[in-house]
Design a protein around this ligand. Structure first.
Ligand SMILES: [Zn+2]
Length: 159
């Protein structure tokens, strides 16, 4: 059987591969992963950023200037600049960490950690997998979520 015959047969039963352009328009834009060596991350980040983003550290409460950032704009990952949060989702949680009730669609991924014995939901940047913070279920409307973020893991871009 020739390749042409095979494709014609697959096409007749709906299994022919679609042209790449059709797939690209059908699916949501994929986030290109950023994977660097540990040494490269150490060079790229400040010691405080490196400790949080690459080793799940937690900055001291009240230490981030972003707690008092109330301008319109976007908060992007300090590791790879992927936009993670809109200023529209920021609220004052009173915890001492920048807090948001939602992340931008697809921007963060979650996993469960047991660092403090009790399970918590850790979240990280979808592009570089840099740790950002933990998400809790005691946030305000409309989502009821509270993304408790390390300010050092974010960069604010005013709009
Ligand atoms: Zn990132």
């Amino acid at each position: 059987m020739t390749r042409r015959h095979l494709l014609a047969m697959l096409s007749s039963i709906g299994l022919a591969p679609r042209p790449a352009s059709a797939q690209a328009t059908a699916a949501a834009p994929a986030i290109e992963p950023l994977r660097l060596s540990d040494a490269a991350w150490q060079q790229r980040l400040s010691p405080a950023q490196y400790g949080v983003l690459r080793h799940q550290g937690t900055e001291p409460a009240g230490s981030s200037a972003l707690n008092d950032e109330h301008r319109k704009g976007r908060f992007v990952c300090a590791g790879c600049a992927l936009p993670l949060f809109s200023s529209d989702a920021k609220f004052d949680s009173g915890t001492g960490w920048p807090s948001f009730f939602s992340a931008l669609p697809g921007a963060v991924m979650t996993r469960t950690d047991y660092i403090l014995i009790l399970p918590r939901t850790e979240y990280h940047c979808a592009r570089c997998e840099g740790h950002q913070g933990h998400v809790f279920g005691d946030g305000p409307k409309p989502t009821g979520k509270r993304y408790c973020n390390n300010g050092v893991a974010l960069t604010f871009i005013p709009s």
